[in-house]
Design a protein. Structure first.
Length: 153
């Protein structure tokens, strides 16, 4: 029997050989652990595109610190939060943790937010991701206003 010249030049590693042998046996199912031990990658789950809610340590700031049409970065415990007032008397807050890889989102101007790591952009009106690579909106942080004070978290 002669071997095809192209087949003779193909080099296969021990994992490929093992998978080939195992897959050829009747009744054998390749378990995920076996697959990953051989460097086979499982199909990656696509990142969620749904906005989520997160809790942070509560903090309070004067509502006057966030004029209408602006956003402000605030420390709340260990977390950094973006607080905004898109319309008169409507306050919203989001985690400043970028949904791409966790960079700290900055206020560029007004309600325009940007992550300095890879350039993802967000709208502080609703936290929506407006420019890739962010896969989803910023996480919502609860905020309430009472007697001119905002309670965040
Ligand atoms: S971590 Fe924010 S854009 Fe990548």
């Amino acid at each position: 029997m002669t071997e095809h010249p192209a087949a003779a030049s193909v080099s296969v590693g021990p994992c490929t050989q093992r998978r080939t042998v195992l897959a050829a046996l009747p009744g054998i199912i390749l378990l995920p652990g076996i697959a990953s031990a051989c460097g086979m990658t499982e199909p990656a789950e696509p990142p969620s595109t749904v906005q989520q809610t997160t809790e942070v340590q509560a903090t309070s700031i004067p509502a006057a610190d966030v004029p209408v049409g602006t956003a402000k970065q605030v420390k709340s415990g260990d977390a950094t939060v973006i607080v905004a007032q898109p319309t008169q008397g409507e306050f919203v807050a989001y985690s400043a943790r970028c949904t791409h890889q966790g960079g700290t989102v900055q206020v560029v101007r007004d309600l325009h937010l940007r992550c300095p790591l890879h350039g993802a952009e967000y709208d502080a009106t609703d936290g929506s991701n407006t420019l890739a690579p962010a896969p989803r909106p910023l996480d919502v942080v609860p905020v309430t206003e009472s007697n001119g004070q905002l309670t965040i978290g």
